[in-house]
Ligand binder design. Structure first.
Ligand SMILES: O=C(O)C(=O)C[C@]1(C(=O)O)C=C[C@@H](O)C=C1
Length: 288
C-alpha cells in the first residue's frame, strides 16, 4: 500500500481501498507465477544441503536466496513498512541504513506484531508443496531439471513476497471491519471465539466473485496478441502446455490457500485487537 500518497487514515482503511489493493495484487501474483512457470521444477533448489559444498550452508538453495535477498532489502528498510513481512526472523537481518519513514499508524500494534499473525512459514509450505509442482509439471518444458537454479529461485522469492503481502493485508481488512462495527467483535474477542470472528469477517459473495475474476484474468494474461491488437485465444487446456500458466492451479491456490490464510490472519489479528486497550475505550465502543 502506498502509505505516503497523501491519503488520510480513513481513506487508507476504507474497505473499498483495501479491496482494490487486493485486486491489484492478483495481477502481480498471476504474472509472477507465469514467470516462474517458464522454468522447470528444479527440485534440487528446495532440498536442504544440496548446495552445501558451494554455499557452505546447510539450508536449501532457495533458503539461501531468501536470506540474501531479504538481507539486502532490510538494509533498504523494506521491513519497516507495515505491509511487509520477512520470511527470515528480523533479529537475523541487518538494520536499515536509512531512518524508517514516518508512516501513518493504521494498525493496532500489539495485534499487528503478535507472532501468531505472521503466517510466512505456512505460505512457504503450501507454495513449495503444492504450487511449484503444480505450475511446472504442465508447462511446455515438462523437464524436471533445466539447470536454471538462479532464475527459478529469483522468481520463487518474488512470488513468495507477493503472496505474503497479499495474505498479511488481512490485518488491514480486519482493522477496517473492526472500526466499522467494534461492538460486533468485542464480545468474541473478550471471550475468545475464533469461529464467531471467522463468521463475522467471511463474505462468501466477495470470495465467489474473486475466483471467477481470477480465472478470467489468468485466461486473458495467458493469451497472445498480434501486431494489430487482435487477441489470439488459447484454449484453457492448452495454456499451460504453451508455457503460460495452469488456470486450475491458480484458482485452487486462491480457494484452498490464499483466501483461507488471509482469513486466519484476519481472525488472529482480531483476537489481539483489544490487547492493551483501556476499559473506557471498550465501553465507549460497546455503546455504539
Ligand atoms: O474482502 C474481504 O472482506 C476479505 O476479508 C478478504 C477475503 C479475501 O481473502 O479475498 C477474505 C475473506 C472474505 O470472505 C472475502 C475476501
Amino acid at each position: 500500500m502506498n502509505f505516503t500518497s497523501g491519503a488520510d487514515v480513513s481513506e487508507l482503511l476504507s474497505l473499498d481501498h483495501i479491496r482494490n489493493q487486493l485486486i491489484r495484487l492478483e495481477d502481480t501474483i498471476i504474472f509472477l507465477l507465469i514467470e516462474r512457470a517458464q522454468f522447470a521444477y528444479n527440485k534440487k533448489i528446495y532440498q536442504p544441503g544440496a548446495f552445501k559444498d558451494e554455499l557452505n550452508y546447510e539450508g536449501s538453495w532457495l533458503e539461501w536466496f531468501i536470506f540474501e535477498i531479504e538481507s539486502f532489502h532490510a538494509k533498504a528498510r523494506r521491513y519497516t513498512s507495515p505491509d511487509e513481512h520477512a520470511f527470515t526472523p528480523l533479529d537475523k537481518l541487518p538494520q536499515p541504513i536509512i531512518k524508517p519513514q514516518s508512516l501513518p499508524s493504521l494498525l493496532h500494534q500489539p495485534a499487528a506484531k503478535h507472532p501468531s499473525v505472521n503466517v510466512n512459514s505456512r505460505i512457504l509450505a503450501f507454495y513449495l508443496d503444492h504450487i511449484v509442482p503444480g505450475i511446472t509439471s504442465t508447462t511446455r518444458l515438462a523437464l524436471e531439471d533445466d539447470g536454471n537454479y538462479g532464475s527459478a529461485a529469483t522468481r520463487d522469492v518474488e512470488v513468495l513476497q507477493a503472496l505474503s503481502r497479499r495474505i498479511h493485508f488481512g490485518m488491514f481488512v480486519s482493522e477496517s471491519k473492526f472500526l466499522e462495527a467494534p461492538h460486533n467483535f468485542i464480545p468474541h474477542i473478550l471471550n475468545p471465539n475464533p469461529e464467531a470472528l471467522a463468521g463475522l469477517i467471511t463474505k462468501p459473495a466477495v470470495e465467489a466473485k474473486l475466483l471467477i475474476r481470477l480465472a478470467n484474468k489468468a485466461r486473458v494474461y495467458g493469451c497472445e496478441m498480434d501486431a494489430d491488437g487482435k487477441v489470439i485465444e488459447v484454449p484453457d487446456e492448452e495454456m499451460a502446455a504453451r508455457g503460460k500458466i495452469d488456470l486450475a492451479t491458480i484458482v485452487s491456490m486462491y480457494r484452498d490457500w490464499v483466501i483461507p490464510l488471509t482469513k486466519d490472519v484476519e481472525v488472529d489479528y482480531l483476537l489481539h485487537r483489544l490487547d492493551g486497550v483501556s476499559q473506557t475505550q471498550i465501553d465507549e465502543w460497546m455503546k455504539r
